[in-house]
Design a protein around this ligand. Structure first.
Ligand code: ZN
Length: 142
């Protein structure tokens, strides 16, 4: 199995079994964003504790596999991180997708590396970055 197939497997797995999908019953910060080009929609919900740790994240997504998988992978990367660390990962990912940073910075970040495969498909970049840009905005609000 080639590396591209492996990436595809990971993305499909997150699409079929999204992690941290759902909604909180308690109060949380939230943001909604759309990618009209593809019909993607994302609602992110974030709980930040008193120590500025992103203690929990949930999302509701509609649209293509890349959008859902990317959001699912993002929640795994962000939960439990300080806001500063979360912001750093979000920036790194967005920069890589825009070709402004070496994709190798994503190595060692679990399933996040699978999204490197999207770089080859510029038409899908907005799908992959939708939830990350939403997170970027949410973190700036605090
Ligand atoms: Zn899409």
């Amino acid at each position: 199995m080639g590396v591209d197939d492996l990436y595809q497997e990971i993305i499909l797995d997150h699409y079929k079994h999204p992690r941290n999908s759902g909604e909180f019953s308690e109060e949380c910060m939230s943001i909604e964003r759309d990618n009209p080009v593809c019909g993607d929609h994302i609602k992110l919900m974030v709980i930040i504790d008193d120590n500025n740790i992103v203690s929990d994240v949930k999302f509701k997504g509609m649209g293509c596999a890349i959008n859902i998988a990317s959001a699912s992978i993002m929640t795994e990367q962000i939960i439990g991180k300080s806001m500063k660390e979360a912001d750093k990962i979000v920036n790194a990912f967005v920069n890589v997708m825009h070709g402004e940073q070496d994709p190798e910075v994503l190595d060692g970040h679990g399933d996040l590396t699978a999204l490197k495969g999207v770089i080859k498909f510029p038409v899908r970049l907005k799908c992959a970055t939708l939830s990350w840009h939403a997170m970027e905005e949410l973190l700036k609000r605090e």
